[in-house]
Design a protein around this ligand. Structure first.
Ligand code: SF4
Length: 390
C-alpha cells in the first residue's frame, strides 16, 4: 500500500492538470466567441446562384471586365476580383455571366422617418424629418456594428421590400420629410440605388444626406457628390491598426474621402465612436481633432459618441461618460468650433454655441431641438454658423 502512494499522488496531479487544461480551453473558447479573437478582417468571396426572379438585379457601375469571365469591382478600396457566381465582400455585388450586378437594388431592408438629429446631423435642417432607408450589406466588418441585423447579411437572409426610386420619393414627400437619408447599413454598397434616388430627389426639392463609413473610391464619390447635400462620416479611430482590427478596412482611404467631400463643397460632419480602452484615450482623440482642424477645417462638426456593448463586443463595458466629455474638451482645446457628444445625456454637448461669444444658438435634448435662435444661418450675435439651413 505504502509503495502505491507515490503513484496515487502522481495520478491525482495528472487529473488536476487535465482538469485545469479543460477549463482553460473552455474559457479561451468562450472568450474567442465573444468576438475579440475570431473576427477575420477579410473573408473570401461567396459563390451563390443568381436570384431566381432577377429581382434586385441592376448592372453595377465602377467595375472592369477581366479575362476568363472575371470582373474587378472598383467601387470601394476592397477591389474585389470575382469569378462567375462570386459575390463581393459586401455581400451585394455579384459576377453573373461576366457582368457585375448590384443584387440588392431596390430591396429595402429598413425604412423609417427619423429626426435628422438622430443621424446625427446637427448643422442640417434642424428639427426636420428625414426619410431613412437601407438595403442589406456592408463593405466593412465592424466588431461594434450597430445595425448588424441588416448590414451583415446577404439579401436573401433577411426580409426586404421592393421599392423603386420613384416610390421612395413619393413616400418621403407623403411623410413630410425634408430629406432622404441613406443610412443604417452602408450606402456605398447600394451606390446605384442611392444615386438614382438622389438624382430624383433633387428634382423634387428634397435634400439628400449620406451616413457612411466613407470606404469608397474617389471616382464613384466624385460622381455622386453633385446629388448629395450632406455627408456624415463614421470615422472609427485615428490609429491605423485599430481601424483595421475593428473594421477590416483601412484608415487612409477614409481620410481621403473626407478631404474630397470638403473639396467638393458638400457639407460634412464627422462622428467618432469612442470604445473604452481602445480609442478613448487622449493620445487617440487629440491627433484626430488636430487632423480634422488642419485638413478639413475648424468649422467641421466633430461628434464623439459613447459605445454601448454591441454585436461582437458584448464583452466590453459602455464608455465612461467622463471619457466622452473629456474627448469633447480636448477637441475644443485644439480649436474645433463645433464639438458634440452623443449617447449621453448632455444638453451642453448636444447644443450649438456661437464660436464668437459662446452664446447658445440651437439647444437640443436627446434628438430633439428645444430652442432654435438661428436666423438664415446667422447666430443672434451676428456670427454666421456653417451648415445646410434651408
Ligand atoms: S463594393 Fe463590394 S464588391 Fe465592390 S470592391 Fe467593395 S466590397 Fe468588393
Amino acid at each position: 500500500m505504502a509503495a502505491d502512494r507515490p503513484r496515487q499522488v502522481l495520478l491525482w496531479i495528472a487529473a488536476v492538470l487535465f482538469l485545469v487544461a479543460v477549463v482553460g480551453v473552455a474559457a479561451f473558447w468562450v472568450y474567442a466567441q465573444s468576438g475579440s479573437l475570431t473576427e477575420k478582417p477579410v473573408t473570401p468571396a461567396t459563390t451563390a446562384p443568381p436570384p431566381a426572379d432577377n429581382a434586385g438585379l441592376h448592372e453595377a457601375r465602377w467595375y472592369d471586365k477581366l479575362a476568363d469571365g472575371m470582373v474587378m469591382c472598383k467601387l470601394c478600396p476592397n477591389f474585389c476580383r470575382l469569378s462567375e457566381g462570386q459575390i463581393g465582400f459586401c455581400r451585394v455585388r455579384q459576377n453573373i455571366g461576366g457582368t457585375l450586378y448590384a443584387i440588392a437594388y431596390g430591396k429595402v431592408a429598413a425604412a423609417h422617418v427619423d429626426p435628422i438629429e438622430k443621424k446625427p446631423f446637427f448643422h442640417v435642417l434642424p428639427g426636420t424629418r428625414s426619410f431613412s432607408i437601407a438595403t442589406p450589406g456592408c463593405n466593412l466588418r465592424c466588431l461594434f456594428c450597430q445595425n448588424w441585423e441588416i448590414a451583415q447579411h446577404f439579401p436573401w437572409e433577411i426580409n426586404t421590400r421592393s421599392a423603386t426610386p420613384e416610390e421612395i420619393i413619393v413616400a418621403a414627400l407623403q411623410t413630410g420629410s425634408r430629406s432622404i437619408a441613406f443610412t443604417y447599413s452602408e450606402p456605398t454598397i447600394f451606390y446605384e440605388y442611392m444615386y438614382d434616388i438622389a438624382k430624383l430627389a433633387k428634382a423634387h426639392g428634397l435634400k439628400t444626406v449620406v451616413i457612411s463609413a466613407g470606404y469608397i473610391n474617389p471616382e464613384p464619390l466624385e460622381a455622386l457628390l453633385p446629388y448629395i447635400d450632406a455627408y456624415k462620416i463614421d470615422f472609427k479611430g485615428f490609429d491605423p491598426d485599430y481601424y483595421t482590427r475593428m473594421t477590416g478596412a483601412r484608415r487612409d482611404p477614409v481620410l481621403e474621402t473626407m478631404k474630397n467631400i470638403r473639396k467638393a463643397g458638400v457639407w460634412l460632419e464627422v462622428v467618432n465612436l469612442l470604445v473604452p480602452g481602445h480609442n478613448d484615450r487622449e493620445e487617440d482623440v487629440r491627433p484626430l481633432a488636430q487632423w480634422v482642424r488642419d485638413n478639413l477645417g475648424d468649422d467641421v462638426p466633430l461628434h464623439f459618441s459613447r459605445f454601448h456593448p454591441m454585436h461582437k463586443l458584448l464583452n466590453l463595458p459602455p464608455t465612461p461618460v467622463e471619457n466622452v466629455l473629456r474627448a469633447r474638451q480636448i477637441a475644443l482645446e485644439e480649436g474645433l468650433k463645433f464639438v458634440y457628444v452623443g449617447n449621453i445625456p448632455s444638453v451642453e454637448g448636444a447644443s450649438t454655441y456661437s464660436p464668437r461669444t459662446g452664446e447658445l444658438v440651437i439647444e437640443r435634448k436627446s434628438y430633439h431641438v428645444t430652442r432654435n435662435l438661428l436666423k438664415d444661418g446667422v447666430a443672434p450675435d451676428g456670427e454666421p454658423i456653417p451648415g445646410v439651413w434651408q
